[in-house]
Ligand binder design. Structure first.
Ligand code: ADP
Ligand code: MG
Length: 323
């Protein structure tokens, strides 16, 4: 039990293979008490496999998982009591009403808290009171996801694990679910898996990045933001004929590369512009386009995709290693 105070979850050298395919290849990371950790990676990276093992729903090939100091493989029942889990496909019984379902989960978990009071609290935290008598099959995806979260909260587990909780939701529902998770993070230890970088940035304290079954980064959000900020590449929406605008952009001092990325929109195109290291091309670009009568109607730093972030993180680690 030596780690209980420091680490709520400790994963060491976790390996999972399906036949010859390694879904997890020597994965290690820890989650401290009260942390909200984002588990970020593209589709097929191994996120769900890891979540399912940590929560005791899938066996591992080798390695160790400790939850609150308890070994999930040796004492699964005890360890599982500490975790609320929202899987990728929440285990909802769609022919039950919300209340029937929550009551069913309460019994299933062998919960001993005051039932009426506890379920009231869970409904209130997840804001599902107004649908408590409705059949789950008649609920919107956003409400179903809330019911899934309510299910995870039953029994007051100190750890909550969410596997891609906002997939398939509309933008308003996404914001609501993220707010809910952020609030839960104030009183719980949370792991949230996602393939969306901005989700991690808006909700988490720390990020563990996984790619092809391997952990490629484990960083505080502040340092991730430094990595992700790409001050050298901008997307600009500029009015005017493509050929002339392209040559005007090329004539700006410090521009090393430019390409057209978007379709024509009225009289403008979108360009991806790269600048030399340490050069801020925004002002010279503005003056040049202004001089040539080509209005800039949009300009923003280019968002790196996950692939580019991996490359950048690897580069940085190599630089660090050579010092
Ligand atoms: P993620 O959740 O990050 O999208 P998964 O953990 O679902 O990734 O999958 C990781 C890899 O393991 C993928 O290549 C997937 O095809 C494979 N995989 C997952 N589950 C199984 C399974 N039951 N049988 C065979 N391969 C699987
Ligand atoms: Mg998954």
């Amino acid at each position: 039990m030596e780690d209980t105070q420091k680490f709520m979850i400790r994963i060491s050298n976790l390996v999972k293979n399906f036949g010859s395919k390694y879904a997890l290849d020597d994965v290690s990371f820890s989650v401290g008490k009260g942390e909200i950790v984002g588990f970020l990676g593209p589709n097929g990276a191994g996120k769900s496999t890891a979540m399912n093992i940590i929560t005791g729903y899938l066996s591992s090939t080798s390695g160790e998982v400790k939850v609150g100091g308890i070994d999930i493989f040796e004492n699964p029942d005890e360890a599982k009591k500490l975790i609320g889990f929202l899987p990728e496909q929440p285990p909802l019984y769609i022919d039950m009403t919300v209340d029937e379902y929550l009551s069913f989960v309460y019994e299933l978990k062998g919960c001993t808290l005051n039932k009426k009071k506890h379920l009231e609290e869970v409904r209130s935290v997840t804001k599902i009171e107004d649908v408590r008598h409705r059949l789950i099959k008649n609920l919107s995806k956003g409400y179903r996801q809330r019911v899934g979260i309510a299910q995870a909260l039953i029994g007051n587990p100190p750890i909550i694990i969410f596997d891609e909780p906002t997939v398939g939701l509309d933008p308003k529902q996404i914001i609501e679910i993220r707010n809910l998770i952020r609030n839960l993070g104030k009183t719980h230890t949370v792991i949230l898996s996602t393939h969306i970088l901005s989700e991690v940035q808006s909700v988490c304290d720390r990020v563990v990045i996984i790619n092809e079954g391997k952990i490629v980064a484990d960083e505080k959000i502040e340092s991730l933001s430094e990595v992700v900020q790409d001050r050298r590449r901008y997307t600009a929406k500029i009015c005017g004929p493509q050929r002339e605008v392209l040559s005007a952009i090329r004539s700006v001092q410090g521009v090393t590369r430019v390409e057209v990325t978007g379709e024509r929109e009225l009289d403008s195109y979108t360009y991806l512009i790269e600048a030399a290291q340490g050069v801020d091309i925004r002002k010279p670009l503005f003056f040049e386009m202004s001089k040539q009568g080509r209005p800039i109607i949009g300009l923003e730093a280019a968002q790196m995709n996950l692939e580019e972030i991996f490359i950048r993180i690897m580069d940085r680690q190599e630089e660090g290693g050579n010092k």
